[in-house]
Design a protein around this ligand. Sequence first.
Ligand code: FA5
Length: 358
Amino acid sequence: MEWWHNSQIIFRSHWTLSHVRVLSLPNSQDIPAAESVEELKLVAISALENSSTSEELEVWRVDFIGRKGKLTSLLRGLGSLAVDDRRVVGAAANRLRGELEGLFEKRIAVVNSSSAPLGSIDVTLPGRKPASGGLHPSTQMIREITQAFNEMGFQTVEGPEVELERYNFDMLNIPQNHPARDMFDTFWVDSEKDDLLLRTHTSPVQARVMEANDPPIRVVVPGKCYRYEATDATHEWQFNQIEGLAVDEGITFADLKGTLYEFARRIFGPSQKVRFRCDFFPFVEPGVDMSIEWKGNWLEIMGAGMVHPKVLENAGYDSDKYTGFAFGMGPERISMLKNEITDIRHFFSNDLRFLSQF
Ligand code: FA5
């Protein structure tokens, strides 16, 4: 009987299985059922402590103290023991049942008193930052540029990406069979009249705005453009442009230069140098391109010029009364300069390693 009293002491404390083994009487080897009672108690208590929902507790109840549970099977096995051992171990097992039932009730009460499953929230842990998206680098650049023009009195407008040939070419002084159409490698859209395309530039919105409004006009037009051309580090088949248009009485080339100087200062810094050189676009006369001085080189960032009288007339304006200037730039190319991006194809390849840097 004495060995069992020792074991009782073990049961009342939080012992590990190794403690039990050390403190068990040497002859416990001869009484496997007794050791099973000890082990069962340890396993049962540990499993109970790990059960934190009513569902888990029910599984535990069935597994340990249910009619077909581990404790019942242990009692059923007592028949193989000597009579004296059977009495001792049987009493211990019955005491264990009472004890486990008591612990089970207490655990149920604790679990039911908490609305959240036990152990599911540790309020002491530092919070986890939710994954958040961000604006695409092209969008960021477009917003920065359009905001600079908005502050100078230009209104932002948009136009269709699937465009009529009439606006993309004809209204802009590029009639059919005109060699200038070769400047723009075009994606044509299958249509009844063969007159639909993916716009090759944002300039058709100039024609749309003038057709629908009377001067004075000051607009900037951001949007996607498409060109059927091979890609390389500075050319994509899909890219953004930002168009600008100002039409009023008395607008001169000095207004064009002043506006674009101011734009360059706002985007690239107060001491930014710019250079204008002659260039040809059928919808402006004279036409120029504007470059900025960047790390010792002159880099072209946009085409511009005074709106061609024919374009004004196509929109129904009196070209003797009204003049204007227009410009068109690529925000991806400008972002490449500012952010030292070496290949334009990163913008639309959807690689998060690139995008998450902005
Ligand atoms: C035009 O598209 C004219 N519509 C611009 C213009 C508007 C001139 C108004 C005069 C008056 P251009 O083809 O040069 O011009 O394109 C303008 C800008 O778009 C370029 O400077 C460049 O920044 C960008 N761009 C053109 N093609 C591509 C391309 N394949 N990939 C990326 N950016 C491009």
